[in-house]
Design a protein around this ligand. Structure first.
Ligand SMILES: NC(=O)c1ccc[n+]([C@@H]2O[C@H](COP(=O)([O-])OP(=O)(O)OC[C@H]3O[C@@H](n4cnc5c(N)ncnc54)[C@H](OP(=O)(O)O)[C@@H]3O)[C@@H](O)[C@H]2O)c1
Length: 218
């Protein structure tokens, strides 16, 4: 399987690249900073430089040629303001989904966030509200497309080691945290299971082994 990962030097992305390479799949990491190529290669992926805030769907579609799936793992990240929540968390996902349609790549796994899909509570911090609005708009865009999409909304991400055990279910799942390594394992399993298409799933740490959790909702 050839999997193109947007935000290919992200923390989840690098973990996913290692998992994919370890099972014999080909990962292609889209990065905007060429200096990150060495890390990506070390994770077992091919690096392709593409700034998702500067590219058009016409620029990105050829990069998806021959791919079996796209994973949207990009994000403006902590420290960024509201405009970049819109230009990365929303617009870059819309860009990738449009490029996937053009390239005929049907499978699309989007990393969203718990909290998306509902208006932020009154009094919420402006940047958090912009982040949730961006993730919600990216989800809505993807759901409207004729793609085999799966939306994954993790809870608070940690850098703890993988536990291999998660709670994965349609919303609402009670708030919680989840190691990025477990998110990467869930995404790798979702890519293998087209039965999970057209589902929006929330993800925290839990009791189910990853494979069983994914089988349980497919
Ligand atoms: N933090 C949480 O608790 C939490 C909870 C739920 C969901 N999430 C979401 O989970 C996803 C992955 O999280 P993570 O921690 O793995 O993310 P991360 O480490 O912050 O990685 C995000 C990646 O996106 C890349 N990116 C940003 N702008 C880009 C652009 N214009 N073109 C190409 N790439 C660009 C960044 O590259 P640069 O190095 O070039 O900036 C970075 O490699 C994000 O969408 C995040 O919003 C986070």
């Amino acid at each position: 399987m050839r999997v193109v990962i947007a935000g290919g030097h992200g923390k989840i992305a690098l973990l996913l690249e290692r998992l994919l390479a370890g099972r014999g799949d080909q990962a292609v990491a889209l990065i905007r900073n060429p200096a990150q190529a060495a890390d990506v290669r070390q994770a077992g992926a091919e690096a392709v430089v593409c700034d998702l805030e500067a590219a058009s769907a016409g620029d990105v579609a050829p990069l998806l040629s021959g791919a079996d799936a796209v994973v949207f793992a990009a994000g403006a990240g902590p420290g960024s303001g509201a405009p970049r929540k819109d230009s990365v968390d929303r617009a870059a996902s819309v860009l990738m989904a449009g490029a996937a349609e053009r390239a005929g790549v049907r499978r699309f796994v989007q990393i969203s966030s718990m909290g998306a899909g509902q208006p932020p509570r009154p009094g919420t911090d402006e940047v958090w509200a912009a982040y949730i609005a961006a993730k919600t708009a990216a989800e809505d865009d993807l759901r409207a497309r004729d793609l085999d999409w799966t939306i994954v909304r993790p809870g608070g991400l940690t850098d703890a080691p993988a536990t291999g055990r998660v709670r994965l279910a349609p919303p609402p799942v009670p708030r919680g945290t989840v190691p990025r390594a477990d998110v990467a394992a869930v995404i790798a399993a979702l890519l293998d299971d087209p039965g999970t298409r057209r589902q929006t799933l929330e993800l925290t740490s839990g009791d189910s082994p990853v494979a069983a959790a994914v089988r349980g909702i497919s």
